[in-house]
Design a protein around this ligand. Sequence first.
Ligand code: FE
Ligand code: FE
Ligand code: ZN
Length: 282
Amino acid sequence: MLKIGCHLSCAKGFLAMGKEAAAIGANTFQFFTRNPRGGKAKELDQEDIAAFLAFWEKEGGFPLLAHAPYTLNACAAEEGIREFARNTMADDLRRLEYLPGSLYNFHPGSHVKQGPEKGIELIAAQLNDLLWPRQATTVLLETMAGKGSETGRSFQELRDIIERVNLSEKLGVCLDTCHVWDGGYDIKDNLEAVLEEFDRVLGLSRLKAIHLNDSMNPLGSRKDRHQKLCQGFLNRETLAHLLQHPALRELPFYLETPNDLAGYAEEIALVKKLAAGPALPL
Ligand code: FE
Ligand code: FE
Ligand code: ZN
């Protein structure tokens, strides 16, 4: 069954997100673990969690996708920023154990002037410090657009990080369609070749979630500006191919398009229609 959802605001708690998701036809959703610009997370409200789990059991399903704050930079040059990244991820991972088998997505980070090699080393070091053998959460590295000194634009960089992590069975990848397009992977005219490369470099079994976004910019622009579905450089055919592809269609898809709830409801309806066919030639 198609798993589709969108990014929701976590400000009002889990039960509120569950109800919002159900109201717009979503059967999964993504949320920030705390203010996306960083800062301290509210203490978990156990009553809210219990009410949400009972409600969501019937409405949607697990896992859900949690997104780390954007300010989390595991490969910052400054020790203080790395320490914030470490403490934030540690706290997020601890809290996520209250939700069944969560996915936790983070931006690998920006190495600033240290170079990609150093970036990769620092990110792997943080993961080696924080992952533990019995955690139920899978930590996802997001494919990045390659803006500035972002680490993780290429599949090879993600592999270089994963290979350095001891508990790499706790790691996966979240593919963002806007980011890979901006990063130079032609999912519009060459989806098959992109997925083959992903499989060769990372293995398709690492792929755990898709961020389904259109892009405001052309292939390889390295900009990272999301657009509403079918209003950017990707089109209906691209979306249909992604949604119907045998290697992808069992994965959860999350919209991160510039929309309010009504806009998301419309896009979710469109996604359901495109996923259902008619089947397109690859
Ligand atoms: Fe992201
Ligand atoms: Fe994304
Ligand atoms: Zn983005």
